[in-house]
Design a protein around this ligand. Structure first.
Ligand code: AVJ
Length: 320
């Protein structure tokens, strides 16, 4: 009996299968960037954040270090709820500010990856023994899954410009969900990558060492592993470009030659020569575009801080 190497023994997640089937059947094939992030994908993203060309992470960290001690003291933040917590590296800056202010009580990291979350939670419980850590497993594009009781005021943080991954209607739904959870006095802190010189933005998604290209191709490895598909990642080219009308980076995987891929439970998927699969959008903002998203979600901009080169901004939202 033959066994497919690397394929998992358990059956595919039916929701993922349905979502992938729909995305691969669209005229412009498209899948959610959440499928980049298995262990390897998370490591590749960490590597991206350290690249010379990728300015967002270090710029955001600088802004957080400069602003959080003051902001947290002013807000008296007792709970931090972090959407898409990742490795919680930047969260430490906020948590340290909460400890400095003497108000730290609860940290709620929300993430899809349960293993990643429990590792992070275990480390933070050691580092901050007097603070509660209550991780929540949730796909933030669908729900928040918050603890029933939280000390207020709470700060909801959505960092890293991850909001850029959402088309405006989905971004508004997500922000509305946060708004719906907020009590008076709670605040929302969001990191956004700003509109700027196109060459500078495009370079951040086309690094010289090809880390972003490998990150992009990693989605195909995730599909092979999760669904038993037979994508050949080497047979797809990385493409990232700025789309100036919608103000966003688009990442695609381009099939330079015609090819067919089999996805069990979906069937044979064919690519024409030059056809692409869109794997990510990364919307870039300015104060006006953030104000529009906020307004549609029942929030208003209370404060805005950006770096001297206007690369990146941190914005505080309050219930309107
Ligand atoms: C994690 C969504 C903020 O859009 O810049 C980095 C992901 N993709 N390089 C971004 C990403 C390619 C990143 N976000």
């Amino acid at each position: 009996m033959t066994r497919r190497l690397l394929a998992r023994e358990s059956v595919a997640d039916p929701r993922m299968l349905a979502e992938v089937a729909q995305g691969l059947a669209a005229p412009q094939k498209e899948l959610s960037p959440k499928y980049f992030y298995d262990q390897r994908g998370s490591e590749l993203f960490e590597e991206i954040t350290r690249l010379e060309e990728y300015y967002p992470t270090r710029t955001e960290r600088g802004l957080l270090e400069a602003w959080m001690p003051l902001l947290i003291r002013r807000l008296g933040t007792r709970s931090l709820v972090e959407l898409g917590a990742g490795s919680a590296e930047k969260s430490r800056i906020i948590l340290d500010a909460m400890h400095g202010a003497g108000t730290a009580e609860l940290y709620v990291p929300i993430d899809v990856s349960a293993t990643f979350l429990s590792q992070t939670a275990a480390r933070l419980r050691v580092e901050y023994p007097r603070m509660q850590v209550e991780p929540a497993i949730a796909d933030i594009s669908e729900e928040l899954n918050l603890p029933r009781r939280m000390p207020h005021p709470a700060l909801y943080a959505f960092l890293g410009s991850t909001i850029g991954n959402f088309y405006p209607p989905a971004a508004i739904r997500l922000l509305s969900r946060v708004r719906g959870a907020m009590e008076p006095g709670d605040r929302f802190l969001m990191g956004v990558d700003l509109r700027k010189d196109v060459a500078r933005i495009e370079a951040a998604y086309n690094d010289a060492r090809g880390v972003t290209a490998e990150f992009n191709r990693n989605m195909l490895r995730v599909l092979n592993y999760e669904l038993g598909a037979d994508f050949n990642p080497a047979a797809f080219d990385h493409l990232a470009f700025y789309e100036p009308v919608a103000h966003r980076i688009e990442m695609h995987l381009v099939s330079p030659r015609p090819q067919m891929v089999t996805v069990p439970g979906i069937g044979v998927v064919s690519f024409n020569a030059g056809e692409s699969l869109r794997t990510e959008i990364s919307c870039k903002h300015d104060r006006e575009s953030v104000a529009q998203l906020f307004e549609a979600a029942g929030l208003e901009i209370e404060a805005w801080r950006s770096d001297p080169d206007s690369l990146f901004a941190l914005v505080v939202g309050a219930p309107a």
